[in-house]
Write a new protein. Structure first.
Length: 493
């Protein structure tokens, strides 16, 4: 279950079944409310907030010709996920439950771990749907609240991202989000969903890199009873859960070729087959995919299907790495300071101007996620005092993938670590090549430090570097460095 307490509504007529399912959550941080009748449950969700509903003994054909209970739940609370538990191990009842709008289906007898996993997934999905992603503004007093998730940045690179979000949100097209690890691809996917035409339906996510290959096919397409060892009943997959809704396939570049072929068939025919089944199940799903890999290079190497690439790349959004938008770093720092100061009970946190300039000069191989982690650690290290450059240098020095640090050129261990990280990213297709990445980061750190030690005197810095002043100016422009007029120090452009 999620780390913060989840409110789960359990609807079960049979007291024995109710008690058995309630025991499944006794070791979780969950607030469980149990009622015996649908009518009581409907009244409760109208009056209180819940993260998920567990519905026992679902009847797809209610007596009297009334609406099925899942439809009634959806009318009252469209984004509230319903996990159905019912007798019947075949496909029919599962298909009916999912078509009615259930988030997931479990056949009796219910395995405790399966029930907990299904409810945990439902709670996580509900929170992704309900937590708004703000974008397009600065993190100032009028900007996003630290309670919200936000895409922060007002520079030209992020403006292109916002424009793409505006164009693509309201259309049903498949979107491929591209960007290095830590740039915020999931936030963009959620923003596409929340501002889209299916925002009232579930947002289902699959991290293709986090699930073992032998389990991923079942996770995506579901399985029939007896399809493999341990498949004691039919199980719906993520495509069925996302029927009529949105499916986010994160790290799509990590799919093996056999699953790529099956995914291509689904995109072409809009039908799936469960593992171990021969029946086609129609699905209507809007696909949003994301990857940090260089898919074009993978196609050339025979590691990614070209026909699938074109199916996924109907429209694309490219997220810039943080090193290409240093002007956005002050706003990101402010946003993270407000968020983590509130969480830590520190009140209003502060950071020195030179510390912010130092952050602007870093290469940030981990991008926004790395910056976020550094700010969180710096707040703890500063113990309520203003964060200063030495605090940040100590934190970055600890990180194995933090890149070069200005003024730390004697630390060859750091140099070797960054070299290994560059080569890892090149192997993974995250960057075109390791050599230019390494050289650019080294030059940026070296030139920034030369300007600092020279007090902004470009003639002196050029002499120490062994280059002409003209070459120095050209390098500064190419590396995105400028000299602060007030203090004679270099900052990110």
């Amino acid at each position: 279950m999620p780390k913060t307490s989840a409110r789960v509504l359990l609807v079960a007529t049979d007291p024995v079944a109710q008690a058995a399912m309630a025991r499944s959550f006794e070791n979780d941080d969950a607030y469980l409310v149990t009622v015996p009748r649908i009518a009581e449950a409907l009244d409760l969700i109208a009056a209180e907030n819940f993260d998920a509903v567990v519905l026992d003994d679902f009847d797809p054909e209610p007596v009297g010709g009334g609406a099925d209970p899942i439809s009634e739940f959806r009318k009252r609370s469209p984004r509230l996920p319903v996990v159905v538990v019912a007798n019947g191990t075949g496909s029919d009842i599962a298909i009916r439950a999912i078509k009615a709008g259930a988030y997931d289906f479990l056949a009796k007898p219910v395995d405790t771990s399966e029930l907990r996993k299904a409810v945990s997934g439902a709670v996580a999905a509900a929170r992704r749907m309900s937590t708004t992603v703000e974008f397009g503004g600065k993190a100032n007093a009028e900007g996003p609240s630290p309670d919200e998730d936000a895409l922060i940045g007002s520079g030209r690179a992020m403006l292109e991202v916002y424009k793409s979000l505006g164009r693509l949100s309201a259309t049903p097209v498949t979107v491929l989000i591209r960007g290095e690890t830590g740039t915020g691809k999931e936030l963009v996917a959620r923003a596409l969903y929340q501002h889209g035409h299916r925002a009232h339906r579930p947002f289902v996510t699959v991290n293709c890199a986090a699930i073992p290959e032998n389990l991923l096919e079942s996770e995506l397409f579901g399985h029939e009873k007896g399809a493999f060892t341990g498949a004691v009943s039919a199980r719906v997959g993520k495509f069925e859960q996302a029927h009529g809704a949105t499916l986010f396939l994160d790290e799509i570049g990590d799919l093996d070729l056999s699953l790529q072929a099956k995914l291509l068939r689904v995109l072409q025919e809009k039908r799936i087959q469960r593992v171990g089944g021969g029946r086609d199940i129609p699905v209507d799903v809007r696909i949003i995919a994301a990857t940090h890999r260089n898919l074009e290079r993978m196609i050339q190497a025979g590691e990614f299907r070209e026909d699938l690439y074109y199916r996924l790349n109907v429209a694309s959004i490219a997220l810039p790495p943080l090193r290409e938008r240093p002007d956005d770093i002050p706003d990101l720092v402010d946003f993270f300071l407000r968020r983590y100061a509130r969480d830590s009970g520190l009140g209003r946190a502060a950071i020195s101007t030179r510390a912010v300039r130092y952050l602007e000069e870093q290469p940030w191989p981990g991008n926004v996620r790395q910056l976020q982690n550094v700010i969180r650690k710096a707040l703890l290290l500063s113990r309520g005092y203003a964060i200063d450059t030495p605090d940040l240098q100590e934190i970055l020095r600890e990180g194995a993938d933090a890149g070069f640090e200005s003024g730390e050129s004697g630390r060859f261990g750091r140099f070797d670590e960054f070299a290994r990280e560059c080569l890892r990213r090149a192997r993974a297709g995250e960057i075109e090549a390791a050599h230019p990445e390494m050289i650019a980061a080294a030059e940026r750190a070296l030139f920034a430090e030369a300007l600092r030690q020279s007090g902004g005197n470009q003639a002196r810095a050029a002499r120490w570097l062994g280059i002409s002043r003209l070459t120095l100016r050209q390098k500064l422009r190419a590396l995105g460095l400028r000299v602060s007029r007030s203090r004679g120090e270099s900052t990110g452009a």
